[in-house]
Design a protein around this ligand. Structure first.
Ligand code: GDP
Length: 181
């Protein structure tokens, strides 16, 4: 490689999983494009967006994959998980069933990936305080017992969306640089 060629030092795949309509696509569009769509209809097929974050003066790129509706058919396949360094497991704080299903998503993730994958439990739609069905403490304790990072977000009003992705990206970066050093 010649000296003047730019070396892309880091590019990590991150997957977003969780039940249908918990806000996965909107978390991604809020993070990557600062957009929210109140009437988003998922197109079928996998979609990803690439987003850069600066860590320790280095450009770290995340290729973030969205199930784009496939989870409706329980058809999130091993190809989706392949090569992932990080995962956001999303539930909707205003729908308990989506929280109850986190265990299933975690099992699926664990069966397709190794233990070094950085995992973040995300309680989305925290703007819906009036219709909350899952408390902050319940989210925290589940995350603690499963060894996951935890955060509540709102793709609608932007609360913690950047932070959620950045924590995962930083953790991946730290894991990888520890291995390299
Ligand atoms: P996905 O199926 O998990 O990708 O979910 P979507 O991103 O398509 O969102 C499903 C629905 O929830 C859409 O009507 C969104 O507008 C809405 N939604 C997504 N995130 C939030 C949020 O943070 N707060 C609120 N109130 N609604 C949200």
């Amino acid at each position: 490689m010649s000296d003047d060629e730019t070396v892309e030092e880091y590019l990590f795949k991150i997957v977003i999983i969780g039940d249908s309509a918990v806000g996965k696509s909107n978390l991604l569009s809020r993070f990557a494009r600062n957009e929210f769509n109140a009437h988003s209809k998922a197109t079928i097929g996998v979609e990803f967006q690439t987003q850069s974050v600066e860590i320790d003066g280095k450009e770290v790129k995340a290729q973030i994959w969205d199930t784009a509706g496939q989870e409706r058919f329980r058809a999130v396949t091993s190809a989706y998980y392949r090569g992932a360094f990080g995962a956001l497991l999303v539930y909707d704080i205003s729908r308990r069933a989506t929280f109850d299903n986190v265990a299933r998503w975690l099992d699926e993730l664990n069966s397709h990936s190794d233990t070094t994958v950085a995992k973040m439990l995300v309680g989305n739609k925290c703007d819906l305080e009036n219709t909350r069905e899952v408390s902050l403490d319940e989210g925290k304790s589940l995350a603690e017992s499963e060894g996951l990072f935890f955060i509540e977000t709102s793709a609608l009003d932007s609360t913690n969306v950047g932070t959620a992705f950045e924590i995962v990206i930083r953790e991946i970066y730290n894991n990888v640089s520890r291995k390299v050093l």
